[in-house]
Ligand binder design. Structure first.
Ligand SMILES: Nc1nc(=O)c2c([nH]1)NC[C@@H]1CN(c3ccc(C(=O)N[C@@H](CCC(=O)O)C(=O)O)cc3)C=[N+]21
Length: 294
């Protein structure tokens, strides 16, 4: 078994980005500027956004964190988005999900200008991704592709089973794994809550990508020998014996599945840190494109 070490690879990517930013500075160019909007004060969301901002500092990006109360109206949020769309100092921004229930997430995603949509959630960018056009690829799927590439995992002709059809992970992942090229050229099955015989389908997978959010859903008995296992699930389980009052667990029963897998991502330290690294990569790309438009 080889560990797909997202912590290590994400640090390498950050070092590469940092070197790129240093060159931009030497040339007297502006450095990338990422903004993040967070509505409300959900614990996990605050942690993620906090580590995005810290990562920006580490690579030499400018960053702006915009915190809005959980009572923010849809109109107020849309106004803020318009402001960021028009702010020439901001290269890219994200609106952290999930949003409070009074806000229509679809309207928010549509409001972000595609050129600044470093999450890659806007339909224009999602469509470009599906059509193999150059665009921002959503950070989590992008991070998974990057891991497969850096560890030289063969995906050609393999059966990839994706579990979960969310718009930010499962759906884009299923498209990306079936695209021409590498990583890609897989035969993809997208499974979800209405899939019949899901265990049978998973048992036929050469590559399993689980983005379900059910702790320890994937058991050793369910996977083929030497399968590649990607765990996207991150669940906080309350535990008073832990310093933070919780521990983090993935969709995969790592202890047992790792004995059978050829490659596997841990949680924490797998896909999560890669998501942040690829958001930075998209922001760097946003700056380069912004510069060429000026
Ligand atoms: N607009 C938007 N874009 C996102 O990309 C986005 C989002 N909303 N909402 C939530 C999800 C989730 N997400 C994670 C990022 C980093 C870790 C991460 O660094 N995880 C650490 C553990 C961190 C912890 O929970 O303490 C790890 O797996 O090792 C996890 C999850 C980005 N998301």
């Amino acid at each position: 078994m080889e560990l797909l070490d997202g912590k290590k690879v994400s640090n390498q990517i950050k070092e590469e980005i940092k070197a790129e930013v240093a060159k931009m500075k030497e040339r007297g160019e502006k450095v990338p500027h990422l903004a993040a909007i967070i509505v409300g004060s959900d614990g996990a969301s605050l942690t993620y956004v906090g580590s995005k901002v810290r990562s920006c500092e580490r690579v030499g990006f400018e960053s702006t964190l915009i915190q809005m109360p959980s009572t923010t109206s849809e109109q107020e949020l849309l106004r803020k988005i318009k402001e960021l769309n028009e702010d020439d100092n901001i290269d890219g921004f994200i609106v952290q999900l999930p949003l409070p229930e009074q806000i229509d997430t679809q309207k928010v995603i549509l409001a972000v200008h595609p050129d600044k949509d470093v999450d890659g959630f806007h339909p224009t960018n999602f469509g470009k991704m599906a059509l193999d056009m150059s665009t921002f690829i959503p950070a989590t799927p992008f991070g998974i592709l990057e891991l497969l590439e850096r560890y030289k995992v063969d995906t050609k002709g393999k059966h990839t089973v994706v579990i979960g059809r969310s718009h930010i992970v499962g759906r884009p992942m299923s498209i990306l794994m079936g695209r021409k090229g590498w990583p890609g050229n897989s035969t993809v099955t997208l499974t979800h809550s209405h899939t019949k015989n899901i265990t049978q389908i998973i048992s036929q997978a050469d590559i399993v990508i689980s983005a379900l959010g059910v702790p320890k859903f994937l058991k050793a008995e369910m996977v083929k020998d030497d399968a590649v296992v990607i765990d996207v699930g991150i669940t906080r389980v309350p535990d008073e014996t832990k310093e933070k009052g919780y521990y983090i667990t993935g969709d995969v029963d790592f202890e047992n599945v790792s004995k059978k897998a050829s490659f596997i991502t841990p949680v924490p330290g797998g896909v999560g840190p890669m998501t942040i690294a690829m958001l930075l990569k998209n922001t760097l790309l946003a700056r380069e494109r912004h510069r060429s438009r000026d």
